[in-house]
Design a protein around this ligand. Sequence first.
Ligand code: NYM
Ligand code: MG
Length: 229
Amino acid sequence: MGRGQLILIEGLDRSGKSTQSAILAEKLGKSKLLKFPDRSTSVGKIINEYLTNSSFQLSDQTAHLLFSANRWELNNEIIELLNDGYFVILDRYIYSGIAYSLAKYEYSKTANNSGVIASTTASEQMGDVEWLYGPDKGLPKPDLTLFLTLDLVELGKRKGWGNERYELEEFQKIVKSSFLRILNHEEDETVELVDVSGKNIEEVTALIWEVVEEKKVNQTTERQIEKLS
Ligand code: NYM
Ligand code: MG
């Protein structure tokens, strides 16, 4: 018996990621759904405080490294699950890590920034994709990444943003362009964009399943687990 596959669902806040990753886990059978940030771990508790309490301060670099550290907390578990034949579905992972930090760099240069979303003086490292990617090197590379994207009109319609840091329409627009900049979907065959604009849950599920079957990530594989390099 080969190993299970690692499938990542990325997307903007309110793109339906969590709903779709739960449905996908269900459809795959022997599977485990993991969500990042995982707020239950020691590092995850600090991240949760940062996201939910606007007066709790961390420098941009510190926040970035904590999100990566949170992924390292689950590194061994992910590898063991895959080797035990489980399909591991990730709700956010490395691309969220890079895209949100990169967006903070852009946002810190706008007049809107009051210091809550990003440091008021742009942190040079937040604009440096190589620096941002560094701490995630060595983590397992997803066999398939699905990025749920929304057009800007639809993004504007999905009102009712929550109260967490980053949940602001103006910032989400920048996050979207950061994702598109780093995803490398044209060259990397393991990365697929799924446009969910105007689609209901069932339609998005069907689109995702089409890609999953085409890429055969619903079957176990003999290939070794790749590491991000
Ligand atoms: N987020 C998530 C980051 O800024 N960096 C990361 O590495 C990850 C995994 O956390 N607005 C941000 C994006 C979200 C926020 O995630 C909380 P969620 O999926 O809303 O719980
Ligand atoms: Mg959220």
